[in-house]
Design a protein around this ligand. Sequence first.
Ligand code: NAD
Length: 493
Amino acid sequence: MTTTQNTDQAHLTDEQRLQQVREVVADLGHLVGGRLVPGDGTFTVTAPWLGAPLAECPSAGMGDLDAAVAAAKAAQPAWAADEPARVRALHAIADAIEANAELLGTVLAAETGKPIRIATGEPMGAAAHVRYHADEVVPTETLIDDDEQTVLVVHEPIGVVAAITPWNGPLLMLANKIAAALRVGNTVVAKPSPYTPLASLLFGRIVQDLVPPGVINVLAGGDELGVAMTQHVDVSMVSFTGSIRAGKAIMQQSADGLRRLQLELGGNDAAVVLPDVDVQAIAPRIYRGAFALSGQICAAVKRLYVHESIAEELVEALTAIARTHTPGTPWDPETTMGPSTTRPQFEYVQELVDDAVAAGATVVTGGSAPDRDGFFLEPTILTGVDNGIRVVDEEQFGPVLPVMTFTDIDEVLERVNATDYGLGGSVWTRDTALALDLARRFESGSTWINRHPHVGAEVPFGGVKLSGLGREGGPRSYEGFSEPRTISILKEN
Ligand code: NAD
């Protein structure tokens, strides 16, 4: 797809868009042992911007899973033995993702509902993550090296990794997991969410010839396929991103084989705003932190605690920004926010808003679904809420921000930490020394100062408490995707 074609595409109708994506999907299959296979049926993927069917996606059966795991197991020793080939392949994958960014972005926009500009940025982000891993060195640690002895820790691959991903950033998460796993010398069987499987299958087709058969396998299917992956006797590790509910289940499912686990789970991040900030300067950053991707980011700002003295001004500034945002289809150039990606999520977010209103919340702006097809919600700001109300206590994962006030910093930190979630959090102040002190007191895997969130290929990211196990991003990714092995040498005199 060239840029010229893309410009022409601005005039396509919704029906033509659907047709275009269906033509791409017609050529998709599961990548198994280097071949695209049809699976044993199909399931329907919904276009969230229409609330209507988008395409039929091939569905992988248990036979496909066995074949994929067998291919991954067979390919793994040779893959692990050839580091230069791994580096070359990761660079080739990054190049191929970039070269296909428009096509991948079109499919992502159709299945997630993200505005096309943002959807096309996702492959570019995915390519950057893959390139990071291509260029990164898997560390060898020298713990002791003296006249008598040398003690090293080397990082060796684990084997076949099951990579299971959610629907909010399908390609970014898939590419990141695959790249980190492959860099160490593992091979991968990946499964995207059944809500958004299409770009991941397209990724499989794009990388089909860039790695030896069996090194990357991609299967589309429902939760039951994920369950079978985590219980497969020849899967040695599960790298999972998704809900806490599924993360807990995966821990139990994987117990029998004592599979290695990396779990990137849900969050309910708090942002705490101190009275010394420039309210007008930070309001757009807080707004983006809460409402980017219609709030469907694991580390979005999901609870806002503002010092009482500036709360009114900040709520007004956030409300003014919210009123400039119009939900719309991915293709409309005026669109700045997309829909909820799934119907259950759409209904859940509405349920939380209704519950808060019933409990006495004030809807400062938004609060309802615009009168149009698709899973659209207005950006919603609530006041008059507090801990103990569901929209504050639960991960709403939608375009809703409950705003609360505080006067005492110790008291607000208690409210911030009174949760089982522990993914991210932020402090907003000009007092860096105070912010550093407060950041250490947040019970979260990442705490940001004057930003929220900050993630990237080189930045370790993950949760404490029920928000997960292990870290993705940066060289620490390799701690999760490898077995640390100790080598101890007694030197001869
Ligand atoms: P989900 O847990 O329902 O599904 C995620 C994936 O797991 C899907 O592919 C699904 O088919 C599969 N799955 C479900 N049950 C399974 C089981 N028992 N065994 C194996 N696989 C199973 O999550 P979702 O609704 O797709 O995603 C939203 C959630 O993901 C939110 O909670 C969000 O915060 C979280 N998330 C976390 C991060 C992070 O990095 N911490 C990033 C993005 C999303």
